[in-house]
Write a protein that binds this ligand. Structure first.
Ligand SMILES: O=C(O)CCC(=O)C(=O)O
Length: 275
């Protein structure tokens, strides 16, 4: 930062979880009931929805790239994702070169079209489903607590139809020590809220203290999926592990016949799709 300039304050709140997600596996083949729950709570959570073997293959691909770019302890088992690196963020000049390689892999892009997810959205949306190609993978570094994703609504970034839904998928087991996503139950009912500058992914957020909703989360296992409306406020818990990185995936879906913003149709973190 040039001398004499002051960094603007950025939102940096820690989420206090108040409860656990309700599981919706029991209603998977009852679209009307799923829609009712989604409308009431702003989210749906499923245990073991996606193919675990394919998910772990994707985890392996990401971790191999992390190892190639110097982020992993080469002595530790690859699939444990044990971090080796210096302070943040200087150590991460290798991040974008690594991420560009990941974005070019079939395994990362194909996973957004997993048959279980496409079928679920077919049932929920009742029309042809558009899977946004702006696929997102996130690496959350152990101890990097001051870059934890703040509470926000994905509509701030996605635009187009508000009837767009994000799936957040932990790419491996994700106990609460590793953080993971939390959802503010029922918060989609407030509509879109103005965002302010914030730390963490995306760089924008919403102060949620005092809002009359519960923060929900869980100890995620590989294969679990949480999905939520583009107005649903959500954020992450910090990765408090001493040495393990957290990997997660964000894929987004809407009806193909509804408005889509062009920035949702280009790869993540390119000039016209920053997030
Ligand atoms: O995984 C994270 O840290 C947050 C992901 C998220 O909230 C998002 O992509 O909208």
């Amino acid at each position: 930062m040039p001398a004499g300039t002051q960094e603007k304050p950025r939102l940096n709140e820690t989420i206090e979880v108040n409860g656990a997600f309700a599981e919706s596996n029991d209603a998977r083949h009852d679209p009307a009931e799923l829609r009712r729950r989604l409308d009431a709570s702003g989210y749906l959570f499923f245990r073991g929805l996606v193919n675990k073997a394919q998910l772990l293959e994707l985890r392996r691909t990401i971790l191999e790239l992390c190892r190639e770019h110097g982020f992993l302890d080469p002595q530790a088992p690859l699939m444990d994702g044990i971090y080796r690196g210096g302070p943040f963020p200087d150590n991460h000049r290798e991040y974008m070169p690594m991420y560009r390689k990941l974005q070019a892999t079939a395994v990362f892009n194909d996973f957004s079209h997993s048959p279980e997810i496409m079928a679920l959205f077919g049932d929920l949306l009742g029309g042809e489903v558009l899977a946004h190609p702006r696929n997102i993978a996130r690496v959350s570094w152990p101890g990097d607590v001051n870059n934890t994703t703040q509470a926000h609504q994905d509509f701030h970034y996605i635009r187009g139809t508000p009837e767009t839904f994000t799936t957040w998928i932990p790419c491996g087991d994700c106990p609460s020590e590793l953080g993971g996503i939390c959802v503010l139950e029922g918060s989609h009912r407030q509509g879109f809220i103005k965002h302010v500058p914030a730390v963490g992914a995306g760089g924008n957020g919403i102060a949620t203290r005092g809002m009359p909703y519960r923060w929900l989360s869980t100890d995620y296992r590989a294969g679990d999926v949480v999905l939520f409306h583009s107005y649903t406020i959500h954020g992450a818990l910090p990765n408090r592990s001493p040495d393990r990185i957290r990997l997660s995936l964000d894929y987004r879906y809407q009806r193909a016949d509804q408005e889509v913003d062009p920035s949702s149709l280009v790869p993540h973190l390119t000039a016209s799709a920053k997030r």
